[in-house]
Design a binder for this molecule. Structure first.
Ligand SMILES: [Zn+2]
Length: 172
């Protein structure tokens, strides 16, 4: 069990398309457990492997509100096989884009195929908050951040602020 450092934008790894996982083995299971520890510690409700500098198609999520109703979801090579025509708008944030939030429009429900931590093929129909979270995390696997869904004006303003914060952290 370990809490890993989380990359923040701008960072080239966050813009890279992650590789498919060929085998769900102990290395991947350890990665998923470390990612969950990192996510709960942050705290957050979703995390993708590129955010902890691992460019592979692995995501974890938990939209449970308290420690008692934790229901972690671990997904390897997730793929959206169906999306609703109806959209939903949520104010999104991201552990890699700290302190910034913005409304993002995405399909209201999606059906996702993935491999679980044992390598078994699974399917989930994600609706509401979970639909938003799974789409947000899957975007990370293609090098896409939620700020790529908003106006370039607002995106560039956020990126400038994040870059400035990074420089200040380096200088201090
Ligand atoms: Zn994110």
């Amino acid at each position: 069990m370990s809490v890993l450092p989380i990359l923040t934008a701008p960072d080239p790894i966050l813009k890279t398309k992650a590789k498919r996982v060929e085998l769900v083995d102990d290395r991947i299971r350890t990665l998923m457990n470390d990612m969950l520890d990192t996510m709960y510690d942050a705290p957050g409700i979703g995390l993708a492997a590129p955010q902890v500098a691992v460019s592979e198609r692995v995501i974890v999520m938990d939209i449970g509100r308290t420690e008692e109703d934790r229901e972690p979801l671990r997904m390897v090579n997730p793929e959206i096989v169906w999306a609703s025509d109806e959209d939903n708008t949520y104010e999104e944030g991201c552990l890699s884009v700290p302190s910034h939030y913005s409304d993002v429009v995405r399909p209201k429900s999606v059906k996702v195929h993935y491999l679980d931590e044992t390598g078994a093929a699974k399917e989930v129909l994600a609706e509401g908050l979970l639909a938003t979270v799974v789409q947000h995390e899957m975007d990370h696997l293609d090098g896409i951040l939620f700020i790529d869904h908003i106006s370039s004006l607002k995106r560039n303003m956020i990126l400038r602020k994040l870059l400035k914060a990074k420089k200040e952290a380096l200088e201090s």
